[in-house]
Design a protein around this ligand. Sequence first.
Ligand SMILES: NC(=O)c1ccc[n+]([C@@H]2O[C@H](COP(=O)([O-])OP(=O)(O)OC[C@H]3O[C@@H](n4cnc5c(N)ncnc54)[C@H](O)[C@@H]3O)[C@@H](O)[C@H]2O)c1
Length: 345
Amino acid sequence: MRILVTGAAGFIGSKVMYELARRGDFVVGVDNINDYYDPKLKYARLQRCGILSNEAAWDSNIVKSTLFDNCLFIRISIADKPVLDKLFARYHFDKVINLAAQAGVRYSITHPYSYMQSNLYGFLNIMEACRNYNIKHLIFASSSSVYGMNSKTPFSEDDKVTTPVSLYAASKKSNELMAHCYSKLYGFATTGLRYFTVYGPWGRPDMSPMLFATAISKGEPIKVFNNGNMMRDFTYIDDIVEGTIRVIDSATDRGIYENSVPYRIYNIGCSRPVKLMDFIHEIEAEMGKEAQKIYLPMQQGDVYMTYADTTRLENELEYKPHVTLHEGIRKFVEWFKSEDNPLDL
Ligand SMILES: NC(=O)c1ccc[n+]([C@@H]2O[C@H](COP(=O)([O-])OP(=O)(O)OC[C@H]3O[C@@H](n4cnc5c(N)ncnc54)[C@H](O)[C@@H]3O)[C@@H](O)[C@H]2O)c1
């Protein structure tokens, strides 16, 4: 298959690109390598796929992987429509997986405009290109944050999601609505993946595992929001990537669609919510050091609990998460302390 992966220098995208290239698909990865967090980490992830930093840094330079003959990387923004159109015209993709986005719930409170550019305008460019270049299946990242103020758990794809509490969540819900509309109007398949708090090696520096591990290693205090009274359905990166690839490989004529619109949503989570304090204790145990803690009230944009009902993905595509929190944190801390981690500790 010929597959475009956007957000290919990101936490999830780099691993998806690696796995697809490894099994032999022809993969083109794109990313604008923005500085929302340290680009050193993005270049190091690309390096793992055989994409050399000095070549990847140049806009629109076509970089061949030194590891896989069937893998290329190009630094572009999905918000740049003419460049994106050229890419689609040149490579004749079968499928597109859109993981490029401005991520982060808390950042959307202070930087609302970043979310419009990548998550709405960029996403529209992707959908227009899919429509104009006959893409058979667009898979895109949504988020557990679309469940917003819902209090019924576990969160099911059949629940109503009309109460987002951050602009990030609103942008992801908008993507789902836009995709439904394009599938209905133009007949190509779209599938939205609601990821639940992803963690693991090569993770994001703005998310709690990395924030906690960094603070512990520097002897600085960690911020514990809502006085630790929160639960998250932490999901290990390998389980997320496996679920994503199952969806990429899935046939779009399985008779699963409602009202004959080829549009589907899946939760991808672990289905085992963990108390924030238990999560912190796991990290402390692996780091071999207790964290100093500052207890703070709930942050704007945060929700009390996330909890995925993954029955749909299990029934339709035999997805089962495998990695326990204990094992996942062990692997994360092992990487965090290793030479592979390019960040300054
Ligand atoms: N990690 C999680 O826990 C989580 C949870 C729910 C949803 N998601 C979603 O999954 C996707 C991947 O998340 P991630 O954790 O890998 O985030 P990430 O920030 O590590 O990766 C996103 C990548 O997209 C790139 N990007 C941003 N805007 C772009 C643009 N306009 N053009 C090209 N590239 C652009 C960034 O440079 C980054 O490398 C995102 O859509 C995110 O919203 C992630």
